[in-house]
Design a protein around this ligand. Sequence first.
Ligand code: CDP
Ligand code: CDP
Length: 225
Amino acid sequence: MVPVSIAIDGPAGAGKSTVAKLVAKRLNLMYVDTGAMYRAVAYLCVKDGVDGRVERAVRELLDTHKITFEQGADNGLRVFVDGVEVTARLRDPEVSALVSTVATHPAVRSQLTDWQRDFAARHSVVMDGRDIGTVVLPNATVKVFLTAAPEERARRRQQEYHQMGYEVAFDDIVRSVIERDKKDSERALAPLREAEDAVRIDSTDKPIEYVVDEIVQLVENAHVR
Ligand code: CDP
Ligand code: CDP
């Protein structure tokens, strides 16, 4: 049987990973957080003091370290560098600040895109990111472009930072979220872009469960057709 694939793309803090995880649970599919993969590369740069702007240096890091992924008990992606789990470090502010820079490098994108396609060819998945519906899985069963107002996305991020023990000023978060979206949207390779056949969902005033129901309905309709 051909695996089912649900692509969820959108800007930072739109609710992609929260919603994708719940959709995967409801439909008994695997969840793949592609942002965690790009974050793993940024983490490696921070850890080794490598300049993430220099593609050659980042490629060398990828050649000399082994990054592996494993499905966690909560369906989240566990990330290991040379066998050591680094999942808890992936949302550190330094990693968030660097990730969209390392994500511009073709060498990084091609390696991670290969891994993502290979996984989706073997499993039915809900995959979230920036280029899933446009580049990674252009034939996905259902494509969703999930958005929310920048201030709402920053408010959600601030709450997350608070839970992690960081107090970050709201204005700084709005600025960094907008800056990351701009970088992701303007890069030459696989920019953040809504696929022509994606369904756009604005989650600004919508509870999580409501968005999950909407996506499950889209998947069910796609199967009826
Ligand atoms: O959770 P949040 O929306 O903040 O970000 P994420 O999904 O963890 O992704 C972190 C960064 O990785 C993004 O800002 C992009 O620069 C990059 N990324 C990408 O380029 N392509 C993807 N498919 C997923 C993430
Ligand atoms: O993956 P992405 O960066 O798009 O967003 P996320 O990490 O899934 O969601 C950011 C935060 O917003 C989480 O703490 C969610 O609980 C919250 N959220 C929300 O309040 N309402 C929604 N409709 C979706 C997410």
